[in-house]
Design a protein around this ligand. Sequence first.
Ligand code: MN
Length: 154
Amino acid sequence: MVEAGRIRRFLEGFRWEDVEPRPYKEEGSAPFKAISRQALFCDRALACELRFFDIEPGGYSTLERHEHVHAVMILRGRGACLVGREVRAVAAHDLVTVPPMTWHQFRAAADAPLGFLCMVNAVRDRPQLPSEGELRELESDPKVAAFLRGAAKA
Ligand code: MN
């Protein structure tokens, strides 16, 4: 349990003292690859959670959208992200804001991990996955299509 006033040391391998890395999501619940999650802060009064996601080289988060927003800070590595129709290379200390109901995905570079902090509401709606039609819509943009194939420059 998280106690007030605790100091957790940063450990080798982008871990924090007494924080257990967990699977990103339940296996088979949505498409994703090579990604783990550590819950760093979760406080009832703050009503938000701060998590650290670590994507191995070549891995990616789920392509999804939802009503809640994400405030993301890249902490290590390199990769690319999709926010709406915008595809951008990202690296340590870049900030990414994901607005409500906006398609988004994070991909690590082929030769580097991508680790980032993500702040979300403690109580939040479930992510939605794109339908076939929505996926076709997204892929109609060549830059987005290249990103989704994992071919975007990072
Ligand atoms: Mn999300």
